[in-house]
Design a protein around this ligand. Structure first.
Ligand SMILES: [Zn+2]
Length: 429
């Protein structure tokens, strides 16, 4: 098959260690929890030894009197300070390890704050990340070269669009550039050939809505996986996607700095990628150490998400011994500011989650704050006095009378670099 050959050819050229690392991951996925933990500690030690080559960590180890070459007590690791994005930006060069890497990949990522973080990834790191995704695909019977529909940014100029189309063709994928009904009708025949769909969950949801609206539920005999990334998957997304395509969306969780942290298995559980990262849960917040980040060590990094880990004694029917990530509840963003109190932006997630589970309300919302004590709810749903009343009632459980609510019906919700955010604060500080 041509796409398989193309994939292997490209991989050998760009990521020579991809295949060996995939093989290793396929082996280690059969290990026991203890074997995995031992392996994780070994990789952690290897990372700390590499980190000595970075001036930032060298100073840190000296200050804390920690010697990576010696065996550490479990508490030693926790002595290392929590790393945040501001430090990655300020100390950028000092965090890079001083080593003549034969091959480096330039990586650029931006957060919601708009600051662009750049760093260099060594080949093994980059390839491991790809191997982790590939392994996840295999849990669903999918190979990366299978026919696929891809959703990522689509805000290109025509020149860039052509280049994108050529690259897409080589990878046996196509993407939608807009959601017009005529575009949908044009791609329908191709959709029937698709083995997997992947991209931003909000965009996959939009497509599902359009499909239901225009043609009704689809029969997609070849479809094996729908994968959403980079955003929370709201409960009402799943229902719509299941109706439109006949299966649930699975999630992949990770970031450029951390690599793949978790991937959902065929039994519907998100398993931590133990071979590649070490996850700590501190005050419900995730701290992640990227075990492969030898060229730019990411150690105890505050990703900014709140998470809930599963019961450590639970065993997943799929057979993997990797611990389960129960829920990623979302980004810890700016606070909602009431007349007297402050509320985490996560509050919105709970309000709308309750409205869905308790009242069956599928609301596509985004909250904006322009002034203290007032929240503007924008919805793409048709507004009615009854709907407003229900949202007020649920919001009141959290805010009491501390927050005035304003409702606006809109066509589309504002995205930030293709990502849909549920809260945007326009208040400084
Ligand atoms: Zn599982």
């Amino acid at each position: 098959m041509i796409y398989k050959s193309l994939f292997h050819w490209g991989a050998r050229l760009r990521n020579p260690s991809l295949l060996p690392q995939l093989k290793a991951l396929i082996t280690s996925q059969n290990w026991s929890r203890t074997q995995l933990e031992d392996f994780q500690q070994e990789r952690l030690r290897e990372l700390l030894i590499w980190a000595q080559r970075a001036p930032y960590y060298q100073k840190l180890f000296t200050d804390l009197q920690l010697d990576p070459e010696r065996k550490w007590d479990p508490g030693d690791f926790q002595k290392l300070p929590i790393l945040d994005k501001a430090t990655l930006l300020d100390q950028n060069e000092a965090i890079h390890t001083q080593y003549p890497w034969p091959k480096l990949f330039f990586c650029e990522t931006s957060g919601s704050t708009g600051q662009v973080l750049t760093f260099r990834r060594n080949e093994r790191w980059d390839s491991f990340n790809r191997a982790s995704i590939w392994r996840g695909y295999q849990w669903h019977g999918v190979q990366p070269w299978d026919r696929n529909l891809y959703f990522w940014g689509y805000n290109f100029g025509s020149r860039k669009r052509l280049k994108t189309r050529i690259l897409d063709a080589a990878q046996n994928r196509f993407r939608l550039f807009d959601y017009r009904p005529e575009t949908l009708r044009a791609v329908l025949p191709r959709l029937k050939q698709v083995v997997y769909i992947h991209g931003y969950s909000s965009m996959i949801y939009e497509l599902a809505r359009l499909v239901l609206d225009q043609v009704g539920p689809l029969e997609l005999p070849k479809l094996k996986m729908i994968k959403g990334t980079s955003e929370k998957i709201f409960p009402h997304y799943q229902e719509t996607i299941r109706q439109a395509f006949g299966r649930n969306m699975i999630s992949e969780y990770g970031a450029a700095e951390s690599g793949i942290i978790a991937f959902e298995c065929a039994s519907g559980n998100m398993h931590l990628n133990m071979e590649g990262c070490l996850v700590e849960e501190v005050d419900h917040e995730i701290l992640v150490t990227n075990l492969l980040s030898h060229s730019f060590p990411i150690i105890r990094y505050r990703l900014g998400d709140t998470i809930r880990l599963g019961d450590p004694k639970y065993t997943c029917p799929c057979g993997l011994a990797h611990p389960i990530l129960e829920e990623v509840t979302g980004r810890i963003g700016k606070n909602l500011i009431g007349k007297t109190g402050h509320y985490p932006s996560l509050t919105l997630y709970y309000i709308f989650k309750n409205l869905f589970f308790e009242k069956g309300l599928k609301l596509n919302y985004q909250a904006h704050q322009y002034q203290k004590g007032q929240l503007v709810y924008r919805l793409t749903n048709a507004l009615s006095p009854d709907l407003e009343r229900q949202i007020r009632l649920e919001s009141g459980k959290y805010f009491g009378v501390d927050m005035d609510l304003v409702f606006e019906q809109v066509e589309t919700l504002q995205t930030y670099q293709g990502k849909l955010k549920d809260f945007i604060s326009h208040i400084e500080a």
